[in-house]
Design a protein around this ligand. Structure first.
Ligand code: PLP
Length: 378
């Protein structure tokens, strides 16, 4: 294949060379188990704590509020199941949204099967949750509100500060799945009154299989993975040192990069402008203002998205029809359904997600191919 244009960065990102370089010694010369007592592992311990500091800094949290996990899925499971267990004597009611990632939705489903009552807040046509509905859903038994910071399919950014204020006023724990938002848009857990937050390394040009759960000091959580005394005795398992180092370095880069993420937004806007001007009968899904800078969700009316994705990939262009975890699923996207798309339009929708490496030249090539494929399929 002559050329590859990777436009599926919401599924995963390519690791940055400087992140990979930083990780390398921790596979080889600094291989020691950081839980050991001898001096050989002191640099490893120090590095892990430095990474925890970078992550805390990105969120305006304290180091002792950052717990390393195996990724966003584990962080979501841990946050939700742990609050459900710890606060069950107060009540068994949880509020979430109907557009969450399956890491949250299937955890809620499991809790429902185990006697919990779950309220799913609807969203408007732009994918922004109905705050009034959320507020009215709170009752004496509500123990947790879990609403994602930004959606993985349509990029919509939720009014997190408002949700945090509502939760705090009602003395309810507020968890947010920030896997798509962490390192891409500014998040301040103090200002936004966030009690728990999930993040993942592989969405920010870091490695896969590493994530973080932020837990505000004062929020009671229990152990989720039982075993040794790592992570303040709450998350057992030998440290994934290279992964932690990668996530720490990627977070450090994100701190610098986020103040300058107009480049990503400009690239995404260029792609949108070209699609809208060069391809007829298309529309954008989600809010253009309250939206992740890298995300586009486009419906190509009358075009089968699976056929289009196949044609695009034959030409080296990689995008997706929605969440990477549900591709191959025959069920229409619950997110696109929630914003009111017909089944027909859902089957004609593609998600493009650019990176800070995507160039104007990549966009030119992608548009040329896309135009040809759409017209051939129509
Ligand atoms: N939450 C959201 C919003 C996601 O987009 C993803 C991954 O795509 C996850 C959770 C799961 O994260 P991980 O792949 O790190 O388990």
């Amino acid at each position: 294949m002559d050329r590859i244009v990777y436009l599926d960065n919401a599924a995963t990102t390519k690791i940055k060379p400087e992140v990979f370089e930083e990780m390398k010694p921790f596979f080889a010369e600094c291989f020691g188990n950081p839980s050991a007592q001898y001096g050989f592992v002191t640099p490893v311990k120090k590095k892990i704590e430095l990474c925890r500091r970078n992550i805390a800094e990105l969120l305006n949290a304290s180091e002792d509020e950052i717990y390393f996990t195996s990724g966003g899925t584990e962080s979501d499971n841990w946050a939700i199941k742990s609050i459900a267990e710890k606060y069950k004597t107060k009540g068994k009611h949880i509020i979430t949204s109907c557009i969450e990632h399956h890491a949250v939705l299937n955890t809620m489903k499991w809790l429902e099967e185990n006697g919990y009552r779950i309220t799913y807040t609807p969203v408007d046509k732009n994918g922004i949750i109905d705050l009034d509905f959320l507020q009215k859903s709170i009752d004496d038994e509500t123990i947790l509100i879990s609403i994602m910071t930004a959606n993985n399919e349509i990029g919509s950014i939720q009014p997190i500060k408002r949700i945090g204020e509502i939760a705090r006023k009602n003395k309810i724990v507020f968890h947010t799945d920030a896997v798509q938002a962490y390192g891409h848009i500014p998040i301040d857990v103090k200002k936004m009154k966030i009690d728990m937050l999930s993040a993942s390394g592989h969405k920010i040009y870091g490695p896969k299989g590493i994530g973080v759960l932020y837990v505000r000091n004062g929020v009671k959580i229990g152990s989720f993975i039982h075993g040794g005394s790592q992570e303040f005795g709450l998350r057992a398992g030998t440290y994934n040192t290279p992964g932690i180092v990668g996530m720490g370095k990627a977070s450090e880069i994100a701190i610098r990069f986020m103040s300058d993420n107009e480049k990503v937004r400009d690239t995404r806007n260029l792609l949108l402008k070209k699609i809208e001007t060069e391809i007829p009968k298309v529309f954008l899904n989600g809010d253009i203002e309250n939206r992740l800078p890298n995300n586009l969700s486009i419906t190509f009316e009358g075009v089968d998205s699976e056929a289009l994705l196949t044609m695009l990939s034959e030409n080296g262009i990689y995008a997706s029809s929605g969440s990477a975890c549900t591709s191959g699923d025959t069920k229409p996207s619950h997110v696109l359904k929630a914003i009111g798309l017909s089944d027909k339009d859902i089957k004609s929708t593609i998600r493009f997600s650019v990176s800070d490496d995507t160039t104007a030249d990549d966009i030119e090539y992608a548009i040329k191919v896309l135009k040809g494929c759409v017209s051939a399929l129509r």
